[in-house]
Design a protein around this ligand. Structure first.
Ligand SMILES: *Cc1c(COP(=O)(O)O)cnc(C)c1O
Length: 392
């Protein structure tokens, strides 16, 4: 008996599914240095261009001088400091909910919320394209776990008929690999009609969506009765790190009591919360970032359609180009990189088999000239690929 890791790795390579980590040798932004090569990148989730913002960096520096570096303990012991508390209040204000609870990562916020709310004898229903952290949370909870068809309220309704115990319906707000929006008004109606709770993970909606960056819930004008459990992450448009769950007093107090990934971990560095407080202010007030992003999204979609690329149903900064075959997606990504452009190929199991894609993301830090360069590179690479003999 032994672990045959070499065989597993070889099989993954043979399927064109082998993963490698590009080494970033610069701050995040449109112009990066990766593995020693300067590149124009369209693959980070820093949608508003705040990850390397001088004011956010300054808030971090000042925060470290005042509060030190380490969180030092878990929130329930002595790790819950002033900046964490102030950030929770600011996030509650952003979301229009009574309370918000800060988590160390989005993955942990999702594990914590789902496992604290449902367990054996309960039901958790998830969109089949939900983020891995939500699917893992559902499985870990011990509740009856079922997936409904992507963004399909009718499919959800059928499963709700058979649900037992406390029932939690869980969906991404903006689907992270597709860029489309959950049909929240319809999902909320179904859930409410059956006495279920709707939980939305809006990792990619906070910042770009909503008049003040309040995400998909602000976009659709929904309230806490429609969406009792609202999750956001801070590593995307906020440009920092961490996550939060927003909701009622009772929800947040329950998470403090029962969410193990909240209780049994060290709080994030307080200076990080200082940085996020600053980026939150920029996210809410600098509307030009959202407006510029929308201009770039329109420009990209128009240009890509002229080239004949297969886009997805998205008006968010996530603009995937559907390819299908994983090998072809990797080849295109390599060809773009040879031209100085970085766009990630996304392959199974991150996306369903046969739906490999190039995941283009646009940010407020990009210029129209840079999007034009991307479009020209895509046109050339697609033309070159279709003239090459096909790949296995
Ligand atoms: C990125 C992401 C997460 C995980 O958040 P982290 O803070 O990076 O752990 C959770 N849900 C969705 C939809 C995401 O895109």
């Amino acid at each position: 008996m032994s672990f045959d890791l070499a065989a597993r790795l070889a099989a993954r390579r043979a399927e064109n599914l082998y993963r490698q980590r590009p080494l970033l040798e610069s701050p995040q932004g449109p112009q990066v240095v990766v593995d020693g090569q300067p590149l124009l990148a369209f693959c980070n989730n820093d949608y508003l261009g705040l990850a390397n913002h001088p004011q956010v960096i300054e808030a971090w520096r000042a925060g470290a001088e005042r509060w030190g570096v380490g969180g030092g303990a878990s929130h329930l012991v002595i790790g819950h400091s002033g900046p964490h508390h102030a950030l929770e209040e600011a996030l509650a204000d952003l979301t229009g909910r009574p309370r918000a609870l800060l988590f160390t990562t989005g993955y942990m916020a999702n594990l914590g919320a789902v496992t604290a709310l449902v367990g054996q004898g309960d039901t958790v229903l998830e969109d089949r394209l939900n983020h891995a952290s939500l699917l893992d949370a559902g499985l870990l909870s011990g509740a009856r776990f079922n997936r409904y068809l992507h963004n399909d309220a009718v499919s959800l309704g059928k499963r709700l008929e058979k649900a037992t115990g406390n029932t939690l319906v869980v969906t991404d707000g903006v689907f992270s690999m597709d860029g489309d929006l959950a049909d929240l008004p319809a999902l909320a109606r179904e859930a409410k009609a059956k006495g279920a709770w709707l939980m939305v993970d809006d990792a990619h909606g906070f910042g770009p969506l909503g008049a003040n960056g309040g995400g998909i819930v602000e976009h659709f004008g929904l309230n806490q009765e429609d969406v009792p459990v609202l999750v956001g992450t801070l590593g995307k448009a906020f440009g920092t790190a961490g996550a939060f769950v927003a909701g009622s007093e009772e929800l947040i107090e329950s998470l403090i009591q029962f969410a193990r990934p909240y209780i049994y971990t060290t709080s994030q560095p307080p200076a990080l919360a200082c940085a996020t407080l600053r980026s939150l202010q920029l996210l809410r007030t600098e509307h030009w970032r959202r407006e510029h992003l929308q201009t770039l999204i329109r420009q990209f979609r128009q240009g890509a359609e002229q080239i004949g690329l297969e886009l997805m149903d998205s008006f968010t900064p996530i603009q995937p180009i559907m390819i299908g075959d994983a090998g072809r997606a990797v080849r295109l990504s390599q060809m773009l990189r040879e031209r100085g452009l970085m766009v990630t190929a996304i392959r199974p199991p991150t996306v369903p088999a046969g739906s490999a894609r190039l995941r283009v993301t646009l940010t407020a830090a990009h210029s129209e000239a840079q999007v034009q360069l991307l479009l020209e590179g895509l046109a050339d690479c697609f033309a070159q690929l279709s003239s090459e003999p096909s790949h296995a």
